[in-house]
Design a protein around this ligand. Structure first.
Ligand code: HEC
Length: 154
């Protein structure tokens, strides 16, 4: 009798637990993404390359701002150069052929912009002018991010 009672209790607790966790863990009704940006599809390693380059560009923006804040223009120049054409992943022909013309144009303009900024700092650009140049460049980041996203081919 006792064993049966315990069995019923365990069963009841189990059912409550399944009901509780089961419902909370159930997949929510399918929601489609509200992200309407154009999806560019890459192989996983290509996407990794692109995103690594992006993080480097953010590193350059950060390095330039830090250089300007500390009034260390050589440091700002070095940071700007690090995002120049020499470091562009999108010059890889395999990646290039997957990119829309508009993307490529904006990407090249951005890398060349960093080189130009580095040249200008080297030539004695003031902090204010450097900051203005950086503002133009970050406008490119914003413009491209508003249009495209990178997805992995499955
Ligand atoms: C020509 C287009 C383009 C330009 C210019 C561009 N990006 Fe990106 N960036 C992208 C795309 C596309 C993604 C992927 C976004 C997504 O899938 O949601 C991305 C992602 C990133 C990421 C996320 C990286 C990660 O690991 O997920 C960072 C950080 C970033 N960009 C920084 C920058 C900065 C800083 C600039 C400007 C100095 C910049 N990007 C300019 C296209 C661009």
């Amino acid at each position: 009798m006792r064993a049966i009672l315990i069995g019923i209790c365990v069963g009841a607790v189990g059912m409550i637990a399944i009901g509780f966790f089961g419902s909370s863990a159930a997949a929510p009704p399918h929601e489609s993404s509200t992200d309407t940006r154009q999806r560019l599809i890459f192989a996983p390693t290509q996407r990794d390359m692109m995103l690594t380059e992006m993080r480097q560009m953010l590193g350059s923006v950060s390095g330039i701002v830090q250089g300007l804040a500390a009034n260390d223009l050589p440091a700002a120049e070095k940071a700007a150069r690090a995002a120049g054409m020499m470091h562009a992943a999108d010059v890889d022909p395999q990646i290039q052929k997957l990119l829309p013309q508009q993307f490529l144009g904006l990407a090249m303009q951005t890398h060349m912009g960093f080189d130009k900024l580095a040249d200008q700092i080297k030539a004695g650009n003031s902090r204010d002018d450097t900051l203005r140049g950086l503002a133009t460049l970050t406008g490119n980041c914003m413009a491209c991010h508003a249009m495209y996203r990178l997805d992995e081919a499955r």
